[in-house]
Ligand binder design. Sequence first.
Ligand SMILES: [Fe+2]
Length: 197
Amino acid sequence: MSQPAPARPLSAPAEPSPDASADSPSSPATPPPGAPTAAHLLDFVRRTAADRDLVDSLPLDPEGRTWVRLEGPGGSEAWLIGWPPGTGTGWHDHAESLGAFATARGTLTENALAVRLPASGWRTLELADGLDRSRRLGEGGGRAFGRHHVHEVLNGSPDTHAVSVHAYYPPLPLIRRFSRTGAVLRLEQVERPEDWQ
Ligand SMILES: [Fe+2]
């Protein structure tokens, strides 16, 4: 790793991409014809989260998250994930993939940042005020997000296991993981598919 870049403020608070909008004009990726949109993915995760037999088939472990890969629509990547009380993803983003997730059991909390992070050239960033967004998704609740979405998802319940369905298109090329101390976000790790197969 190179020397950490000095913290610099992120001052341009993009309006939170309410759900699916958010194609970036600078994105190099032009989706192929027929590629699933965020709305398609949201429809898929909602329908799948309502499939009780499938949801009940997920092995649950009180000690940690469990997951099963699913066939997503249009070549997307999809997962069924179990979350014991108190578990979460930590802060991360999804590169050029858009996505959606829906809660099938329990309640999940999503904390998100309404900002687009620079693609490279930094180790730490000082976040401007007002970028934090938080929502709770109870059973049947879902949300979609655009490219470059930054969030953490957690099961804040003290006693209830949660299950959710997630889908991404294109399939995730990488995930950047961040730690956060107050307003300072630090790039910790870049994970690629071989790290989570
Ligand atoms: Fe995520």
